[in-house]
Design a protein around this ligand. Structure first.
Ligand code: CMP
Length: 137
């Protein structure tokens, strides 16, 4: 059965003109777009979204970066959408991400790794609700 996940094309992806590339790769994989919005996050929203990283030394930088300009929030749907999206993105550190993945092909810095994808069904539910409250199943 279908699963949903939240994907962010981060401000670096928007400023570098890679939104279409990211959406295209998600669509070509077979995932369906369910919601999409260009927006600049409030600090509070960013802090909530990244709440699990609140104690990390890079938290301040992370919030600063993710609120630095518009991002594109997407909800995509398909069989095993969470794992499938994470495979397309590649691992968090873009230097370790395999070529062929989005981060592996287009990024070098861990703090500017172009995309975010929910890492579990629980995170997906929480993040989708944060970005698109009331989105219907
Ligand atoms: P993301 O998948 O959005 O989830 C948390 C983000 O924190 C991660 O991608 C990275 O962009 C960022 N991050 C992880 N480790 C570091 C680090 N050491 N320095 C800066 N940012 C980091």
């Amino acid at each position: 059965s279908a699963e949903r996940t939240l994907v962010l094309v981060k401000p670096d992806g928007v400023s570098r003109g890679l939104v279409g590339e990211v959406i295209s790769r998600l669509e070509r994989k077979g995932l369906t777009l369910v919601a999409a919005e260009l927006r600049t996050l409030e600090k509070a929203t960013a802090e909530t979204h990244y709440g699990e990283h609140a104690s990390k030394p890079f938290f301040g930088e992370l919030v600063e970066f993710i609120t630095s300009g518009p991002l594109v929030a997407l909800v995509v749907e398909g069989p095993r959408a969470i794992e499938g999206t994470r495979g397309l993105m590649g691992v968090t550190d873009p230097v370790k991400a395999v070529p062929g993945s989005i981060r592996g092909d287009y990024a070098l810095e861990i703090g500017q790794n172009l995309v975010h994808g929910s890492d579990s069904p629980e995170s997906a539910a929480r993040e989708i609700d944060l970005f698109f409250p009331g989105l219907k199943g």
